[in-house]
Write a protein that binds this ligand. Structure first.
Ligand code: THU
Length: 160
């Protein structure tokens, strides 16, 4: 028997103003699209903005449904659109923000497990890392230089 230790690492910024101008711009676009989320059930709005290597920015917000599991997270709304409209483009980075209509979110809010798995698919497909920035409504911003930090021991096509 043996034990392994897997280390992942993140950079923490005190607030959005500590980010580079380019990343701030991407996060601001995530904030704007978050406000348009369709989240009548959870009242929890999420926005995602992707920068592609062709210069395009793709946005998404969570889209809920009365049949709850039929809804979709913001990250997947955005990444599936990017994969549909620009199948040849690489995703350089992703900015994510989440806010509740009922209480202010101050902690960085990471993508859920299904979104991590979906982002992983595109990172592996494009063979280059996707930078991921995530935050709540205000406060710290976490940066991961690759999806891999968020999903150790990931399942991918090499196992098929
Ligand atoms: N949600 C996202 O959009 N992204 C995540 O990574 C986590 C959760 C959405 C789904 C649902 O509409 C609401 O947030 C509450 O779970």
């Amino acid at each position: 028997m043996k034990e392994i230790n897997i280390t992942t690492s993140f950079t923490i910024f005190d607030s959005i103003s500590e980010l580079s101008e380019e990343v701030q711009d991407l996060m601001n676009q995530a904030i704007e699209i978050r406000k348009k989320a369709y989240a009548p059930y959870s009242k929890f709005r999420v926005g995602a903005a992707l920068l592609l290597d062709n210069g395009k920015i793709v946005l998404g917000s969570n889209q809920e449904n009365a049949a709850y599991p039929s809804g979709l997270c913001a990250e997947r709304t955005a990444i599936f659109y990017a994969g549909s409209a620009y199948p040849e483009a690489k995703i350089l980075r992703m900015a994510i923000t989440a806010a509740s209509d009922t209480n202010q979110t101050t902690a960085p809010i990471p993508p859920c497990g299904s979104c991590r798995q979906s982002i992983a698919e595109y990172e592996i497909k494009q063979e280059t890392p996707i930078e991921i920035y995530f935050m709540g409504e205000i406060g710290e911003v976490y940066k991961s230089s690759s999806l891999k930090n968020l999903l150790p021991l990931m399942f991918d096509k090499k196992f098929l």
